[in-house]
Design a protein around this ligand. Sequence first.
Ligand code: 16G
Ligand code: ZN
Length: 531
Amino acid sequence: MAQFQEVSKQSSQHPKLAGLVLQYGTAGFRTSAKLLNHIMFRMGLLATLRSKKTKATIGVMVTASHNPEEDNGVKLIDPMGEMVTPTWEGYATQLANAEQDDLLNALKDIIEKEAVNMSQEANVFVGKDTRSSSASLSQAVLDGVSALGGHSKDYGLVTTPQLHYMVCSQNTQGKYGEATVDGYYRKLCQAFIQLIKNATNCTDDQKHLCVDGANGIGALKVLEMESHLKKELQISLFNDGSKGKLNHQCGADFVKVQQKPPTGIKINPGERCCSFDGDADRIVYYYTDSEGQFHLLDGDKIATVIVTFLKELITQAGLDLKVAVVQTAYANGSSTHYLEDTMKVIVRCTKTGVKHLHHVAQEFDVGVYFEANGHGTTLFSKAAEEKIQQLTEDPNANDERKRAALLLQNTINVINQTVGDAISDMLLIEAILAIKGMTVQQWDAIYTDLPNRQLKVKVSDRRVIDTTDAERRTLSPAGLQEAIDSLVKKHKLARSFVRPSGTEDVVRVYAEADTQESADALAHEVSLAVY
Ligand code: 16G
Ligand code: ZN
């Protein structure tokens, strides 16, 4: 077939290094940019097949998120803007690792297994982050799409969540939003401005926010969005990419892991700040107090303030909606207790990785999900959205209920429900704080985090560690869980777990306890037990 001849011809321009084996991990392929050209071409091919199979537009995002500038990566986006389904992650790995002369067979194998109709049209959206390698790598994706006769649209520089939004908007014929970058800003900012109207007595301080753009795409997009905010949010942007290196000593991952402010930012005591990661799908907040002490408000604190706000509105609206928070094992124990015991919301724990949280959140009317690292969003079921919509139009509803329903509706519109989105999360949090008249210190004081520590351990084969119970316990190697249990018993309010990383060749250790010394000691003791 002519199509396959074209693939053969073009693939020789994107050759694979013989013997190189890469895996589609938790968030796609991610490694040194130098090793990725053939992967990109092949992901262009695979996205085209996935598009033919689903008869919908598929997204391909070129980014390595918070990894160093020298790395790059790629992830596929399914029709509703969600992460690609696990079976196709498997195909991605097979296609990526086929040796050059076996590529057509690997491709035909997928076509056969999935009974892909090759005469079906295909449409692929492509986006990239600001890495210097991203331009040529995203061109390789486009080459892959065209080699199989697919149509593509190159969105150029966009955040990961923006591309998710585009794919969902396209496949819902604009019901979710307009599939343009401008449409994205308009949808989110209009909702934000409507929300902010409910903030009475909003001071200039309340409207001001320092943003660390991680020297990445998020910084560019914040600047692009600014005019849509109509001065209702005044952003001082740091690490905008003009001087510093991407993710270098800045960004959400750096701040969360190091538990200190990024370099390149000037913080005055008490000032509200946030950091995005390199592709702007994560956000964490922080401030320093008058003694210069650093306070981090991570994904758990973000989930807490969002669910508090939503529960209040749902109660005011008199709606009967099932609300839940989805976390991972990394959620601070204090947050889980607060949510269950004080807030009385359902709390569920899943394995690490956005797709797992997203999936569980879909089971509820309102599912707030956040990883402690700052990746998360809120999902509303179709039924919940309809109930809210009906209430805004109900002639018999009183003013209080209607006001709550309108606030809920604007909250839904400010949220990017396809995936965690730093820009959308930031607008939502800023609106909540303004409406509640809450300072960052008051937000921080909702509960006090238990001191915790994360460590990485290099082992010869991380796959020997097998976990269960949403990664909170190990099944193998034999004896490891018993060892962890007895170490945990030596500390107060303690908890610890280990899991193989899905993105690096290491085993991760997490420990929390009543004091920092105790958490540090426990993490160290557990890491010794892992060897
Ligand atoms: C990826 C995941 C993130 C997860 C992290 C864990 C997505 C989009 N991103 O960055 O959710 O927290 O991996 O990394 O799913 P680890 O397995 O190395 O600890
Ligand atoms: Zn990211």
